[in-house]
Design a protein around this ligand. Structure first.
Ligand code: DAH
Length: 342
């Protein structure tokens, strides 16, 4: 038989092949497409084909190969599809597995809300370590050793070294950032903080804060006010008003605590605001020049404001949660309720 007749016979064989099982398809694959397939042998014969027919030879062999590939692809599809449906082990009448979808933790949700609002004002997230040294947690923030303000925050010390503490507030990130970046600085630092408190409905030995810091030339108290007013309205509603009360923090001067009109009762008085119409949400102030100096920023050229708030507190107010311990007990009946909040 001449080589061209041989090729035509193979083409014919392919056309007429029918498959009744995956096995048949596999045998076909090995014969026509496997590593030692018959078409390779045929192709080897090209040396005996006269020059003027070599091109034609190449074309017919390739056409046969393509026909084999197409035929095999169809067979494969057919048997793969039927395989999964004919498998005796699968009972298609069984109900599907229930996939339970988790919910974000309320602290995480509120943190994201806070971050989103300040991002729109150009604040960037800057996180840092939970285990701090005395300088960044206290001394650089104007709380030298023996400063009475240190007693406001019952500190956990790391046993092996009294210079190392679990940070008592996220204000430590202010110091780290100012030490490492040149103004303008506009950062927001969410994170976990630790205090040696007896655990109760209103206190815990760890909780979360968000610290904000803005340093540039000519930053004023009015800028602070404007920023907080925007935040409060975005967070709690456009009708909410803010009130600043003079206060004291070692690292800010002047300092203030911020109250908002109670968004539960609209200021009329209820048990959330203890019938005052106001709830306290954060502390803030103009960064003390001494703190800028401690971080090698020239207080004659630059000024800035800072603020700090407890995420648990904001979350409790916003969702009327009465017990701080719920946040760390991982009771799904509590956590599940935040499924619908994005
Ligand atoms: N660090 C303070 C605290 O933990 C909160 C705070 C108050 C942060 C005033 C500030 C601020 O940046 O200006 O109680």
């Amino acid at each position: 038989m001449d080589i061209f007749e041989h090729i035509a016979a193979l083409q014919n064989e392919i056309n007429e092949t029918t498959f009744s099982s995956a096995d048949d398809a596999e045998k076909f694959r090995i014969r026509f497409l496997g590593t030692k397939n018959i078409l390779k042998d045929i192709f080897g014969e090209i040396k005996n084909v006269p020059n003027e027919r070599k091109k034609e030879f190449g074309q017919v062999v390739n056409a046969v190969k393509q026909a084999a590939e197409e035929k095999h692809a169809l067979a494969k599809e057919k048997f793969e599809a039927t395989n999964s449906f004919t498998n005796k082990d699968i009972d298609l009448t069984l109900p599907g597995d229930v996939v339970t979808i988790g919910a974000r933790h309320p602290i995480q949700l509120v943190k994201n809300q806070i971050v989103d609002i300040f991002k729109r004002l150009g604040f960037a997230v800057q996180e840092d370590r939970e285990i701090e040294d005395d300088w960044h947690n206290f001394t650089a923030l104007n709380m030298p050793e023996d400063h009475p303000a240190r007693d406001m925050q019952d500190t956990f010390f790391v046993n092996i070294n009294p210079d190392i503490v679990l940070r008592t507030h996220t204000s430590s990130v202010q110091v780290r950032t100012m030490e490492n970046q040149k103004p303008p600085i506009r950062i927001l630092s969410p994170g976990r903080v630790f205090r040696n408190e007896t655990i109760s409905a209103r206190a815990h030995c760890f909780f979360h804060q968000v610290e904000g810091l803005y340093i540039d030339e000519n930053v004023s108290f009015a800028d602070l006010l404007q920023t907080l007013d925007f935040f409060v309205k975005e967070m709690f509603g456009q009708d909410v008003k803010i009130k600043l009360r003079p206060s004291y923090f070692p690292f800010t001067e002047p300092s203030a605590e911020v109250d908002v009109t109670c968004f539960i009762c609209g200021g009329k008085g209820c048990n959330v605001c203890k019938y005052t119409g106001w709830v306290e949400i954060l502390g803030c102030g103009m960064v003390d020049p001494k703190v800028l100096e401690n971080c090698n920023i020239d207080p004659k050229k630059y000024s800035g404001f800072a603020f700090g708030m407890g995420i648990e507190r904001i979350t409790m107010l916003k969702y009327q949660i009465k017990d701080l311990r719920l946040f760390s007990e991982n009771d799904v009946r509590f956590l599940e309720q935040f499924k619908s909040v994005l």
